[in-house]
Design a protein around this ligand. Structure first.
Ligand SMILES: *Cc1c(COP(=O)(O)O)cnc(C)c1O
Length: 828
């Protein structure tokens, strides 16, 4: 803590000063004293580390002050529980939030260093798969910027999401070694550790007051060690805590109690313990019952809840006020065990009776659902659960028993409904339903876009909605304008600032409404197009350097960047491309405006169809780009290793944003928001947040196509037969036949059969049903793009009206409607 005696370090200008001279001095000091290097032998990593420590020093005073103030004021604190945080590079973001980006650039220049090169050295922490993890990162940014006291809890994976390489057109996964050069942003807290139990059995006993209590005798105890990263807000002194847990063995336990001198077994136990935080599970594949994944979930949840209880006892005091001090948001079902874990701690460790413990627990948690895809709903086999977490299962059974009694009385023993609502799915193997645990244990349940929330209420959570309609909320997702405009698109940021007259839009994105008055201004159109062209040029140069592939910034950049998944329908995009290829070759009159099709995205390693789609994209790219008859007209590029860093290049460079999921499948999407914020026009279905984006920017500024969710249901109910569409649409048939012909596979007619056959026989995501509407919409886009004044106007209006999709707004809604938290400003 900062006291009179210890306040000296935080007034040292070399540590905290924001002037150029202070930054230079600090950098030189850090290079010498932390990296132990003279300038002339320093590696790029040494220089990056010295720069990062220079910036971190400046975060620490703000961070410690925030923590101290939150503690003293007893401020209500939001705890965000998320198995994933897809943060993106820290250095640039912190420079911007501190307001010293330009000063740092100048300081670098005077030292003979290029800030751009230093920034490019950072390996991003890829502690997430895609949208869900990125949402958590945007929320951490907006919580700090909104001055809401918050702690983000998660797992410090040693290996994050795999790095994607493309070899011979196929995705190859390489392990992500983000920690190998050191992580200057985190501070390990070896004294903040908690034991986490697994296996073993439970036994009843009588405590001193003669009450019946339960003891869990574990078979394995693992320790979680806190690793803390400060998350600074933009333009404020508030810095929140991101606390990620690393697993390690507890020495006392394995050496004494078990191994009786068996050194190798003890080492084995150590390895087993450390495995828990070793690697992030790639998702987007069926949530199969992997023991290690359940171990991970319990690991971070148990550490986090123990930490919250410790903090509460150390500051506020009695546990009956726990839910006044803390509110905890469950980011999907991955942390749902927190409900049972808080109950366990209150009952077993603090001796509370069930009712008061349940009252506290139920007032603490709120739950965000992220998916309607049935295969992605998490359930765990009872057998595994019982073996790994015996005490938690007992508690879940008791929660369920009491809950179902309530349901029984309410619905007069409606057995079917009871079975549907139960936390336990009956069947061949009985399973624990994590979404039900989260729903029963939470005072609020929310979806992430209006359509998604409506569908939640009528499909997967229907019975819960009938039971507790008032618990349901919608909070449409948002993204951080700092990350996705200020960091990603410096030129656009400068233009927006010059129009607005100040930088206030960076924390109130609705201020961009001012742009509307310039939507017809010819001079402004030129500025706008110059910014877009520069971003396209930057992407083109990066791509040429990285992959050798050349693209022309004058062409229309049509981008689909997101996880590769059948529901997102990258293959619908491909059918359009193959159709264009074929028409350009066969019809000399057919010359739409030149386009560059860019794809980016990772496939889950075990998702064969998604990997085949990547192969087909690359195979089509090889043929199209190698065919001189067409390669002046269309070009296809797969940008490898889509992540936050490459996203920062793609979003600003897009003219057209592909948001073409089958209606009803994409919960919200956030890529759609990032593209629109950067002036791309959207071609999209009425799915997820697309609907609200279209309403906001105006239907005339959005390219809509495709079946509605209601039409999708109707078509499925009527018995959807994709082969009928194939037979009724000769152009579509030609395209599919071309893919089957071996043209894109060096004569191999079988390679893409699994894909085409699936489309013709099942087509679960109704690609063929939407094909014709999609192609017509693309034809309209070609027309509009040729009218550059019209296109530019639409692009300006998209940015002017996208303010609602800032994560600052989303956090404000959570804060007011669900969390009941207030901003607590910190003074520097
Ligand atoms: C925003 C983002 C996503 C989510 O994209 P969607 O288009 O919403 O699926 C996935 N990955 C990364 C790296 C992102 O930045």
């Amino acid at each position: 803590m900062v006291t009179a005696e210890t306040s000296q370090p935080v007034t040292d200008p070399t540590r905290i000063g924001l002037t150029k001279e202070a930054l230079k001095q600090a950098f030189v000091d850090n290079l010498f004293y932390i990296q132990g290097r003279f300038r002339d032998v320093a590696t790029a990593n040494d220089i990056y580390m010295a720069a990062a420590f220079t910036v971190r020093d400046r975060l620490l005073a703000r961070w410690l002050k925030s923590a101290q103030h939150f503690k003293e004021s007893g401020a209500r604190t939001l705890c965000y529980l998320s198995a994933e945080y897809l943060l993106g590079p820290h250095l640039i973001n912190n420079l911007i939030n501190l307001g010293i980006l330009e000063t740092a650039r100048e300081a670098g220049e005077e030292l003979g260093l290029d800030l751009g090169e230093i920034l490019a050295t950072e390996e991003e922490p890829g502690l997430g798969n895609g949208g869900l993890g990125r949402l958590a990162a945007c929320f951490m940014d907006s919580l700090a910027t909104g001055q809401i006291p918050a702690i983000g809890y998660g797992i410090r994976y040693e290996f994050g999401i795999f790095d994607q390489a493309i070899e011979n057109g196929w995705q190859v996964e390489k392990s992500d070694t983000w920690l190998k050069n050191g992580n200057p942003w985190e501070i390990p807290r070896p004294k903040i550790t908690f034991p986490v139990r697994y296996f073993g059995h439970t036994e009843p006993y009588q405590d001193e007051q003669g009450r019946l209590r339960i003891r869990w005798i574990p078979g394995l105890v693992v320790e979680g060690v806190a690793h803390d990263t400060p998350i600074l807000g933009y333009g404020v002194a508030n810095a929140n805590l991101l606390r990620l847990w690393k697993a390690q063995a507890t020495e006392s336990f394995d050496f004494q109690a078990f191994s009786t001198g068996d050194y190798y077994r003890a080492v084995q136990a150590k390895i087993e313990a450390e495995t828990i935080s070793k690697v992030l599970y790639p998702n987007d594949e069926p949530a199969v019952g992997k023991e290690l994944r359940l171990k991970q979930q319990y690991f971070f949840v148990s550490c986090s809840i123990q930490d919250m209880v410790r903090l509460h006892l150390a500051t506020v005091g009695p546990l009956d006020t726990f839910a006044d001090k803390f509110v905890a948001q469950l980011n999907d079902t991955h942390p749902a065990l927190a409900v049972a874990e808080l109950m366990r701690i209150l009952l077993d460790e603090h001796g509370l009776a069930w009712e008061p413990a349940w009252d506290i627990t139920h007032r603490t948690f709120a739950f965000t659902n992220h998916t309607l895809l049935p295969e992605a709903l998490e359930t765990w086999p009872i057998e595994l659960f019982e073996r790994l977490l015996p005490r938690l299962l007992e508690i879940i059974y008791e929660i369920n028993r009491r809950f179902l009694d309530e349901v029984r009385v309410r619905y007069l023993a409606d057995e079917a409904r009871i079975a549907r609502l139960s936390l336990i799915a009956e069947g061949e193997t009985r399973r624990v339903r994590m979404a039900h645990l989260a729903a029963v244990g939470s005072f609020a349940i929310n979806g992430v876009a209006a359509l998604h929330t409506d569908l939640l209420k009528t499909t997967v959570m229907r019975d819960f909605h009938e039971l507790w309609p008032d618990r349901f909320h919608n909070v449409t997702n948002g993204v951080s304008p700092r990350r996705f405009i200020v960091v990603s698109n410096r030129r656009l940021a400068r233009l927006l600032t010059s129009v607005c007259g100040n930088e206030d839009w960076m924390r109130d994105l609705t201020a961009l409404r001012r742009l509307e008055s310039l939507a017809e201004d010819q001079g402004f159109h030129e500025d706008w197009r110059r910014v877009k062209l520069a971003a396209k040029d930057q992407l083109a140069r990066w791509l040429a350097a990285k992959t050798g592939v050349r693209i022309d910034p004058q062409t229309l950049f049509d981008v689909q960047a997101k996880r590769i998944h059948e529901y997102k329908r990258q293959h619908l995009n491909l059918l359009h491309i193959v159709g264009l290829y074929q028409r350009i070759k066969q019809d000399a009159q057919f010359r739409p405006p030149p386009r560059t099709f860019l794809f980016g995205g990772k496939a889950a390693p075990s998702y064969a169809m998604a990997k085949l789609i990547i192969k087909l994209i690359n195979a089509v790219a090889e043929v199209v780009n190698g065919d001189p008859q067409v390669n002046g007209h269309i070009r296809v590029v797969f940008v490898p290793d889509f992540n936050v860093t490459t996203g920062q290049l793609l979003y600003p460079a897009a003219d057209l944003s592909e948001q073409i999921s089958l209606a009803g499948k994409e919960a919200s999407g956030t890529g759609n928001m990032k593209f629109a914020m950067n002036g791309a026009l959207t071609i999209g279905t009425l799915d997820g947040a697309n609907i609200e984006i279209r309403d906001a920017v105006g239907p005339e500024n959005f390219f809509l196509f495709g079946l509605t969710e209601a039409e999708v249901r109707q078509r499925q109910a009527d018995g959807y037969r994709p082969s009928d569409i194939y037979h009724g649409d000769p152009e579509l048939a030609t395209i599919i036949d071309l893919i089957d012909s071996g043209l894109f596979a060096h004569g191999d007619k079988t390679l893409f059969r699994p894909l085409t056959e699936n489309l013709l026989r099942h087509d679960p995501f109704m690609v063929l049903a939407d094909f014709r509407a999609y192609v017509s919409c693309q034809t309209l886009i070609d027309e509009v793009f040729q009218d550059s004044a019209r296109w530019t106007r639409m692009s300006i209006l998209n940015v002017a009206r996208i303010g609602h999709f800032s994560s600052d707004r989303a956090i404000r809604e959570y804060g007011e409607r669900i969390w009941k938290v207030e901003p607590v400003p910190i003074q520097v």
